[in-house]
Design a protein around this ligand. Structure first.
Ligand SMILES: [Zn+2]
Length: 502
């Protein structure tokens, strides 16, 4: 790995008269630029290859191998120069920029797929004879200090290492008894026919009428009575409007699936700003959408896609103590949103859906056993409801393949289990729950600290209750007299759909 860096350090005054001091500082810097490189690998350290002064600017070129990267060497050099020239001549370092940074990574086999990935990166990445050449131009001090170069290298290296993801078949680890349900229809079609759901102008959203809602609430109550209560989970209410800076700390969302969220742009709280908009609307009776776009501010929020975002944020502000954990909470306070675009599908893939989100935090062992207990209780509920189920191991999207999830014999090493129910009408399966242990990944990205620096793990389990309804109806049908006793108690009497239109 080779680095070449062209940088400019701007000082508070003319440098010509202090050139000899700069020269001696450069000499003094030599061992500093090698510090940290292994004894026999000094070639991997950094050196200044050229420098000159013009006015208040010191232009400097650095080269290095992998051990002291040129941009890190630049920071060391700038600190030393700032101290020396400040002490002797009262000259302060005002700005640091790099007009160019070139990185050559040793040659590796590059597939067509990988090459295409490079072309989409926001920097110039070329695959040449010498290897992969990355070139970054006009780096600011914030870029240099913010480790942009290192991160870009990791992204490129990752692209090399990454084998194109195959859609792995879920590895089924447990399954319930095979049940023979006579109902064979698609519950989505029946629900529409019976007006249990009514179409809403936007695709992937539905108005859920009385019988559907009563069934959903009854299923929610059963989950809370049989899973949350016995395991000591308490109800909380989390915001559903999530500021972007909170979202940014959620691994795998903004940096993984930014295309799968709704972004919210607040308007200025100023009636004047809407003057044109209101007038045009009154005059034309058409929505002046361009006008609206002009008025709105930049997006500042997303509509919660995960439902557990606020949980971690609470602890980012202070320290936790393992002795006060585990903490167990659940949220059933609203909709969850995913922008599915053209991927919406009946009642199983919608833009807004119901979910009960269980969140917990504790020692590694506690976190794993809580997750596993939630799974066991969930399975008991499914059996009570007379539903055919299976449990499989999945790799969550925020974990890279191979990170965790490889050893399916050891629950501690499994990041995610998915619980699925059978859909007799299509001889398929529907995922209704996802049971996650994040290890320390979320705690790290939210900078959750423990008083004695002990490891804190988090986990979350999402009960996709909208899908529980679909699975229930797919297996049991729409006639309440054929439903299991547990649920019949909860919905009796099932209200009819209030027909408003003939
Ligand atoms: Zn979650």
């Amino acid at each position: 790995m080779r680095f070449e860096l062209k940088a400019k350090l701007t000082f508070s005054g003319e440098l010509k008269q202090v050139e000899t001091d700069i020269e001696s500082t450069m000499e003094k810097a030599k061992p500093l630029l090698c510090k940290g490189a292994p004894k026999d690998k000094e070639a991997g350290a950094a050196r200044v290859v050229r420098w000159r002064v013009t006015g208040r600017d010191l232009e400097v070129e650095l080269e290095s191998g992998r051990h002291v990267r040129a941009h890190d060497a630049l920071l060391r050099l700038a600190k030393l120069l700032g101290a020396e020239l400040g002490k002797k001549h009262k000259l302060g370092l005002r700005e640091m920029t790099a007009s160019e940074c070139r990185v050559v990574l040793p040659s590796i086999e590059v597939s067509k797929h990988t090459r295409a990935k490079f072309e989409r990166l926001p920097y110039d990445v070329k695959v040449g004879k010498a290897g992969v050449e990355i070139s970054l131009k006009n780096l600011t001090e914030a870029d240099i200090r913010g480790r942009v170069v290192d991160r870009l290298i990791s992204m490129v290296e990752e692209a090399f290492a990454h084998v194109p993801a195959r859609v792995a078949e879920p590895k089924v680890v447990r399954r319930g008894p095979k049940l023979d349900h006579p109902f064979r229809e698609d519950p989505f079609e029946v629900a529409k026919r019976l007006s249990w759901v009514i179409e809403f102008p936007a695709r992937g959203q539905w108005i859920y009428t009385e019988p559907y809602t009563k069934l959903l609430r009854a299923l929610e109550d059963i989950i809370i009575e049989n899973v949350a209560r016995p395991l000591g989970f308490e109800e909380v209410m989390f915001p559903k409007l999530i500021p972007l800076e909170v979202m940014q700390r959620m691994p795998g969302y903004l940096d993984g699936v930014p295309e799968g969220m709704y972004y919210v742009s607040p308007p200025p709280r100023d009636p004047e700003a809407f003057l044109n908009f209101k007038q045009k609307l009154r005059l034309t009776k058409r929505l002046p959408i361009h006008e609206l776009r002009r008025i709105l501010k930049e997006p500042a929020y997303v509509l919660a896609p995960a439902q557990c975002e606020p949980f971690y944020e609470v602890f980012a502000l202070g320290r936790v103590r393992l002795e006060n954990l585990p903490l167990k909470q659940f949220d059933r306070s609203g909709w969850t949103y995913r922008w599915e675009g053209g991927g919406v599908e009946g009642l199983v893939r919608t833009q807004e859906f119901r979910r009960i989100e269980f969140v917990f935090m504790g020692t590694p062992d506690d976190t794993v056993s809580i997750r596993d207990e939630i799974i066991n209780k969930s399975i008991e509920v499914l059996e009570k409801l007379g539903l055919e189920w299976r449990l499989s191991v999945a790799t969550p999207f925020y974990m890279r393949e191979g990170d965790v999830g490889a050893d399916i014999g050891d629950s501690k090493k499994v990041a995610t289990y998915d619980l699925e129910v059978a859909l007799p009408y299509e001889k398929g399966w529907l995922e209704i729950g996802s049971y996650n242990v994040h290890q320390a990944k979320f705690a790290k990205s939210f900078k959750i600290k423990e008083v004695k620096d002990r490891e804190v793990w988090t986990g979350c389990c999402g009960f996709g209750t909208s899908r529980w309804v679909v699975g229930f109806l797919a297996q049991h049908g729409f006639d309440p007299s054929k439903w299991p006793e547990t649920i019949r108690k909860g919905v009796q009497p099932l209200p009819p759909t209030h027909k408003v239109v003939e």
